[in-house]
Design a protein around this ligand. Structure first.
Ligand code: HEM
Ligand code: HEM
Length: 489
């Protein structure tokens, strides 16, 4: 008799009630709760809900939170900004159907970390879908819990005992990125974890609200509990403001970093190498590779800035970052090697060790960069992007090696020994600008000529791939005359 009467009282007075059955959650009726609702998705049936009841006796926080399951995580913070906020962040647990509730502290515009108090999930009978991810297109993730020692933390507190002041206690809320609309966390790479410190991706929607917590406080433990729906089966806003400054958040930086890096390692650097083989113009090769290096420099700077946002990356210790930084240094070295080799070569007409290192380091650097991209996708929580990446990579590789193969075959058909030089044929060498183009003779410079330069080619210990090290072979017309480069200045 008493229970239905109390339940009726709860509904008519607009306050939420709950009989909690979990061991350490009191089996009592709470008396008051503040409820905040927002509608980030535009779909009222799948809105963000946060309901709070505070036990004034123990300081325990009883909370209910729910949001569309198409988001990777949902979170609420006590405070007016991320910095200094005590946060409650929930995401699907490892099995994809349960929930994990993680408490953290915000230190600025970065992924929150640390822990604030401890929480217990409650599966009491009168809670609908407690701590589960419900399936379907309108799937919802729901968390119902009591948190102990969670009202003070480094940098902030919830002044629940101050009954006069906090009629407008500031809060923040946010939801994590979409799991691509597959509902119930079954997107391509949803966050599913039992870890309280699982890595989060940055929010796609955030905002502020205030709560009149004087109306969310239960005078003692027997009156405290997890808030139940206060309007039939749903939660409606009560003792709370509407969402304030709520907005979509879209951080393009990781996508730009990834796009520029992939573009450079998959297209630009291989193109620069291919151009040297095809057109034998070292200057063109140098220009294309320098453009690539400028892009890599900018994307590395971007990667470093992005790294500071996430707990997984702020220590710069992941394989992706370490490889990326080493690679960047190697590329700077590669540029230096190319320039110094080229200068020595111009002066002394001889192959150099630097040139040889340049020749072998280049392909290795490109290969490491190409491999670092899928490592990056996994690192950023986007492993599903590896497949399209590999498809593009295979197409580019087929074109690249196809063209190379044709060039080599054409070169192989040319006379092997020309003008006393082995190897012969334009495709095998690279053309220095001061020698004129394409093996057609560098004799028109008017500066006198030096006579045929010393050959250095395959027979001199460099393999058929020694493009930058065997420039003079291209000085052959292919008709048996030795070529005479112009004066080198
Ligand atoms: C991976 C985790 C997170 C990252 C990297 C992150 C990053 C950021 C950044 C960069 C901004 C500034 C956006 C702008 O100026 O347009 C911001 C603002 C904001 N974030 Fe987060 N955030 C994270 C998690 C959270 C969580 C869990 C919440 C809520 C519980 C939250 C709530 C907010 C709010 C309300 C703002 C606007 C107020 C302010 O400037 O602090 N964020 N966040
Ligand atoms: C070979 C060089 C590199 C390549 C090819 C590369 C490529 C990528 C790719 C494809 C992603 C995935 C982005 C996403 O899915 O949102 C990524 C993420 C990332 N990269 Fe790189 N990257 C390189 C170097 C670096 C360097 C040098 C750093 C910084 C030290 C860095 C820091 C990051 C970070 C922090 C992320 C993750 C962002 C997140 O968690 O959302 N990367 N990178």
């Amino acid at each position: 008799m008493l229970k239905p009467a109390l339940a009726l009282l709860a509904l008519t007075s607009g306050v939420a009630r709950h009989v909690a059955a979990a061991e350490s959650v009191p089996d009592v009726l709470p008396i008051s709760a503040a409820v905040f609702t927002a509608d980030p998705s535009g779909d009222a049936a799948a809105s963000f809900v946060f309901a709070l009841n505070v036990d004034q006796q123990t300081g325990d926080l009883y909370l209910h939170m729910s949001a569309p399951a198409g988001n990777e995580w949902m979170g609420v913070g006590i405070g007016s900004d991320m910095k200094g906020a005590g946060m409650f962040i929930a995401y699907p647990s490892k099995n994809g159907t349960g929930m994990t509730l993680s408490t953290r502290v915000g230190y600025g515009h970065t992924e929150p970390s640390g822990q604030l108090g401890t929480c217990e999930l409650s599966y009491a009978d009168d809670l609908t879908d407690a701590n589960t991810v419900s399936a379907g297109t309108n799937g919802t993730m729901t968390v119902d819990a009591v948190c102990h020692n969670a009202t003070t933390w480094s940098g902030g507190s919830l002044p629940y005992a101050d009954t006069t002041a906090k009629t407008a206690q500031p809060f923040i809320f946010a939801v994590g990125p979409s799991t691509n609309g597959h509902g119930s966390g079954h997107g391509p790479s949803p966050l599913r974890s039992n870890s309280l410190s699982a890595g989060l991706r940055r929010h796609v929607y955030y905002g502020h609200f205030t709560m009149d917590i004087t109306n969310a406080v239960a005078a003692n433990t027997s009156l405290a509990g997890i808030p139940l729906p206060n309007s039939d089966t749903t939660y409606t806003s009560t003792h709370s403001s509407a969402a304030i400054d709520a907005q979509a958040d879209n951080d393009p930086a990781p996508a730009i970093h990834a796009f520029v890096m992939c573009l450079t390692f998959v297209i630009i650097f291989p193109l620069g190498a291919l151009l040297l083989k095809l057109l034998h113009r070292v200057r063109l090769h140098a220009i294309v590779q320098t453009v690539g290096l400028v892009l890599v420099t900018m994307a590395t700077a971007g990667g470093i800035v992005i790294s500071t946002q996430y707990n997984r990356s702020r220590h710069f210790a992941s394989a992706h970052q370490v490889l990326g930084i080493l690679l960047f240094l190697a590329l700077l070295g590669q540029l230096g090697l190319g320039i110094v080799h080229h200068r020595i070569f111009k002066k002394e007409q001889r192959p150099t060790l630097l040139g040889k290192i340049h020749r072998y380091l280049g392909p290795v650097a490109i290969a490491v960069g190409v491999i670092n991209a899928p490592i990056g996708f996994v690192f950023a929580g986007n492993p599903h992007l590896c497949l399209p990446y590999v498809i593009v990579l295979v197409i580019v590789a087929v074109v690249f090696f196809g063209v190379r193969f044709c060039v080599q075959r054409r070169a192989a058909r040319r006379p092997k020994v020309v003008g006393g030089m082995p190897g012969g044929g334009p495709a095998e060498g690279y053309q220095y600008p001061q020698f004129g183009s394409g093996g057609g003779g560098g004799n028109g410079g008017g500066n006198g000529n030096l006579g045929p330069p010393p050959a250095y080619g395959r027979s001199e210990s460099y393999g058929s791939e020694d493009v930058p090290l065997r420039p003079y072979e291209s000085q052959s017309s292919g008709l048996g005359e030795a070529q005479h480069p112009r004066t080198i200045v």
